[in-house]
Design a protein around this ligand. Structure first.
Ligand code: SAM
Length: 212
């Protein structure tokens, strides 16, 4: 995501930073304490400005949501949205997540969302969030039955991700190459990029898999 400098970044963090988790590793194995309640935890990696995660948190108040966004000038926008909407069930990690096991213990996560993930270019293939190595890492932090959902506009990244899924021993429970023209469309929550690409005429690709 293109990072525009935000002039009032410090002020946003001071005013809206209650949901910001400064030291995520400190909550490993006890994320329910960060929320003040026990509830299934959904993790989005690469949340952008937080439109998806805040709408999901409104839609599913009985679930806890963690937005992880590395963009220095991007994640404050999530803090703003969470504060404006008064959402008690969202926490934000302001930083890039590399090894999820640094922050989460075995079985702690009930669902992972990867929406329009970057990097996606061929030369940065090894850093993609859907590589078999990353999938193996997600498996370690996910509870049995937890899901991983992936959306992208990028055909090459999508086919690569399906191949990596199989290589990681996972089966796609659902594959849609035109999400908005499927019966999942009615319940679909759009991300910022999704809206942009859809308006540009691109088809949104989607898959979902479950960890055992
Ligand atoms: C193309 S944007 C998509 C944003 C949003 N998901 C959407 O669909 O509108 C991808 C975002 O993922 C973030 N990102 C990429 N890798 C990440 C990682 N390992 N941890 C946290 N954020 C990451 C980038 O900073 C960027 O803001």
């Amino acid at each position: 995501m293109r990072q525009r400098h935000i002039r009032n970044r410090d002020q946003i963090i001071a005013e809206c930073g209650q949901c910001l988790i400064e030291d995520p590793a400190a909550f490993k194995g006890r994320w329910s304490e960060a929320f003040g309640r026990d509830a299934p935890i959904m993790l989005e990696i690469g949340s952008g400005k937080g439109r998806f995660i805040t709408q999901m948190a409104e839609k599913y108040p009985e679930r806890n949501f963690i937005a992880c966004e590395g963009g220095f000038n991007v994640y404050p926008r999530i803090l703003q949205k969470v504060t404006e909407l008064g959402l008690p069930n969202v926490r934000v990690i302001g930083g890039y997540i590399n090894d999820p096991q640094e922050y989460f213990s075995e079985g702690e996560i009930s669902g992972i969302y990867l929406n329009f993930s970057d990097p996606w270019k061929e030369r940065t293939k090894h850093r993609r969030l859907t590589s078999r190595q990353k999938l193996a890492g997600y498996r370690k932090i996910c509870a049995p039955g937890a899901f991983l959902q992936f959306k992208t506009d990028n055909d090459e990244l999508f086919e690569y991700s399906l191949e990596e899924l199989a290589a990681a021993g996972l089966t796609a429970a659902r594959v849609e190459r035109d999400l908005h023209d499927s019966n999942l469309a009615a319940g679909n929550v759009m991300t910022e990029y999704e809206e942009k690409f859809t308006n540009g005429g691109l088809k949104i690709k989607y898959f979902c898999t479950y960890f055992t």
